[in-house]
Every structure is written in C-alpha cells, then in structure tokens.
Design a protein around this ligand. Sequence first.
Ligand SMILES: [Zn+2]
Length: 140
Amino acid sequence: MSYRDTWAVCTKCGKKFIFRVEEQRQLALEGKEIVPPALCPDCRPARPSARRPQRPQRRAESRLDLAALGPGPYEGVIKWYDDEKGYGFIIHPGGHEIFFHRTGIAPGESPDFPDGTPVTYCLEQTEKGPQAVDVERMVA
Ligand SMILES: [Zn+2]
C-alpha cells in the first residue's frame, strides 16, 4: 500500500495542514483507520513524550496522599498529646503526622496519651487537612 501527503483541515482553527505519509504509516502500523487527525499539529495536545520529566514533589505528594485517604478506621501511634494545649499528633502508617484535637478523642477515653500509645482513629478531611477523630486507645 502506498501513501501520499494529503491536505486536512483542522476542526478547531480551520487551518489547512498536511497529513503526512509518516503519520499515515504510523496509523497503519497501529492498526488504526488511516484518517487525518481532527486537529492541526498546533491544536493537538502535546505528546506524552514531549512532557518534561517531573521532579518528585514530596511535600505536595504527601499532602495529596493524605487528602485521598478514606475515613478509616486506622491504627497509629501517638506522637505526642498535650492536654493543656488540647491537641496532639498521631503518626499515621507511612509516617505522616495527623493532627487531632481534644474534641476528636473518643467518648469515654481519658485525654491522657503518653507518646507511643497505639491508637485507632478515623479521619475527617477538613479545610486545614486531615484530622483524626474518634481517637481511642488500642486494647492490647
Ligand atoms: Zn488547528
């Protein structure tokens, strides 16, 4: 089968562009129908290979991870809790620190959590990020 450069018209900007033999061959190679693309090269989204390699953004990623977490329940350990301040942090599996407020302590639990206390808790997504609620000492 032979191919020829043909003219095509962009459905977005209306510009004429060349539907090249190479592109036609590529479509044939991929077993696709050999039709000109709807968009001219200028209107086409950049190819994935043209994307710049992305640097890992640790902070953004970890925030993202936490925001994607479901309500739980989860198991973690108390990093610290200060009853005078009325809040503390739980170390979530994977090392993230989850804030919790005194009001997030499960009913009936005494607000006394030495560092390293294993706890179960649920997550609530708030404007400030995830927050642990229903914080309860794990029964050994
Ligand atoms: Zn166009």
